[in-house]
Design a protein around this ligand. Structure first.
Ligand code: AMP
Length: 520
């Protein structure tokens, strides 16, 4: 079966079942969804697009996102969902690199024409309405065109990496990669019933949207918030209206949900009415934060670790493991990213790819059917990332005797000061336990004497008197002296990308600019 057939199957079995919601309103049944996707697929084909051609989605979260993804797959095309926060120039670079022919956009994200396209369709216009309109009736619309057959190794999704260093790379995800990811959800993340619903708060161009696949496999409902983004009050209300929701969120978004629950005096039982499961990943979740999340919202969390190159499939830390507070190694386990997901082999190796003993820190290597086919038109980057079939993730961590992986940092975030390795995350974990501290990001700054020194960017509560001295004192009580930040920078907020990840490169650039200014 291919991705398009997943939709056809449910449209044939249960055409009248609710499939897509816009806010609390029913937007499409499974029958409507398939009819509209098939209609658009046919028009794309008539317009001359052939299997393998690329179609860009540059949109805020919108119910049509799902219809367009599946229309493209129905026609055998490759989707290129693009981060809605990218600059026009960056999107145009991706359009050119992917040699995309069509793009579907929302006006707020793409107010003007993008260069390099044959067609740019604003999904909220009558042009889009007519492209998606089934020709006769819903059923006739499906019959109008059967999904184009695709092979397991055919491309389905070009996922552009965030490109914090250099140009983004197009990760080539195949039908097999995405089908594997979808099926793995049921084994390693959660069961899904047709009565369940997933809500898309985080951007659909990334992990949140990829999770549409398992939820379509299960014939569940898909809810796109009216705001098209993350508004905690709206998400809690949607859950109360439509039944407990599942969602994928980066740790910073989880934090906002927990803040909301706490501020409005919700109990875990209230949270249970709104959320069935919250899957988090994509960036480090600090021990103090997950402990608070579990306390405030109850046992509804699952962690996953993956990357665009093996989407959503690396390790998982299950709801049961996160709830097993009596386990003798609970503290270590809850700070880990869990164990390898079912379809992959995972190991920790040295730079030559040789396995390291349990407990030793090295690079995380992953092999399996979720791992990308390579980088689009970039054989050098592909050869560097995949060696002997193993994906070199660039993440650094260690395994324990039971197979739990603890991530340290990305290798590029590691700080080497006076010849010692310092893992920013360890310092961040400690600073987060200091009273009055809300958020922290630790980076290395070049230093003539030490090579690098540790610098902490700290967001503190407005009424607190957090300062460099109090933070240094706190570090002295909790970590080795050489790991202590040499400098503290108090800031109002940390720079984050659209997916909620802290942009450490931007923080390092800020430090470099300051240094240049002071030496100029
Ligand atoms: P992306 O390809 O944009 O999804 O980013 C993937 C990167 O995010 C990984 O290589 C990790 O560095 C980081 N990441 C993903 N999941 C986790 C997690 N659960 N904990 C810590 N970092 C994570």
């Amino acid at each position: 079966m291919s991705l398009a057939h997943l939709l056809l199957r449910h449209a044939q079995l249960t055409p009248d079942r609710a499939a897509i919601f816009s806010g609390t309103e029913l937007y499409a049944t499974y029958g409507h969804w398939a009819a509209r996707s098939a209609a658009l697929a046919q028009r794309l084909q008539t317009a001359g697009l052939v299997p393998g051609d690329r179609v860009v989605l540059f949109m805020r979260n919108h119910p049509r996102y799902l219809e367009i993804l599946w229309a493209a797959w129905w026609a055998g095309l490759v989707v290129v969902p693009v981060n809605a926060k990218l600059h026009v120039r960056e999107v145009e670079w991706i359009i050119d690199n992917a040699q995309a022919r069509w793009a579907f956009v929302t006006q707020d994200v793409a107010p003007g024409p993008l260069a390099g396209l044959e067609h740019q369709i604003d999904v909220e216009t009558s042009v889009a309405d007519s492209l998606l309109a089934p020709s006769v009736s819903a059923n006739a619309g499906i019959a109008a065109m059967a999904p184009v057959l695709r092979q397991a190794d055919d491309l389905a999704w070009l996922f552009y990496t965030s490109g914090t260093t250099g140009r983004p790379k197009g990760v080539m995800l195949t039908q097999r990669n995405l089908m594997t990811m979808g099926l793995t959800y049921f084994v390693d993340v959660d069961t899904v019933w047709p009565t369940d619903a997933i809500v898309y708060g985080a951007p659909m161009s990334h992990g949140a949207g990829i999770y549409a696949i398992p939820h379509l496999m299960a014939g569940a409902r898909h809810v796109v918030p009216a705001s098209g983004g993350v508004d905690p009050a709206e998400l809690f209300a949607l859950g109360r209206a439509l039944g407990p929701l599942s969602t994928f969120a980066a740790p910073t978004i989880v934090k906002r949900l927990v803040d909301h629950a706490e501020a409005t005096g919700l109990h875990p039982e209230d949270a249970a009415q709104s959320f069935k499961t919250i899957v988090y990943g994509g960036a480090p979740m600090y021990g103090a934060d997950i402990a608070r999340a579990l306390r405030v919202m109850g046992p509804r969390f699952v962690q996953i670790y993956g990357q665009g190159e093996t989407p959503m499939v690396g390790t998982a830390l299950s709801r049961a493991q996160l709830s097993d507070t009596g386990h003798p190694r609970y503290r270590e386990r809850s700070a880990s990213v869990g164990v390898a997901q079912t379809p992959v082999h995972l190991r920790v190796a040295d730079t030559n790819g040789v396995d390291l003993p349990v407990g030793d820190i090295g690079e995380v290597l992953i092999k399996g059917d979720s791992v990308m086919a390579g980088y689009w038109r970039n054989p050098d980057a592909t050869a560097a990332a995949i060696r002997d079939g193993w994906l070199f993730t660039g993440d650094v961590g260690c395994l324990d005797a039971d197979g739990f992986l603890t991530l340290k940092d990305r290798s590029k975030d590691l700080i080497i000061s006076g010849g010692s390795n310092i893992y920013p995350r360890e310092v961040e974990e400690v600073l987060l336990t200091a009273s009055g501290v809300i958020e922290v990001a630790v980076v290395g700054a070049p230093d003539p004497e030490w090579g690098e020194v540790v610098v902490a960017f700290v967001v503190a509560q407005a009424d607190s008197n957090v300062n460099a001295e109090s933070l240094d004192q706190h570090c002295l009580e909790h970590i080795a002296r050489f790991k202590r930040p040499k400098h503290y920078v108090l800031v109002d907020s940390l720079p984050k990308n659209n997916y909620g990840k802290v942009l450490k490169t931007e923080l390092r650039n800020r430090l470099a600019e300051n240094q240049n200014a002071s030496t100029a």
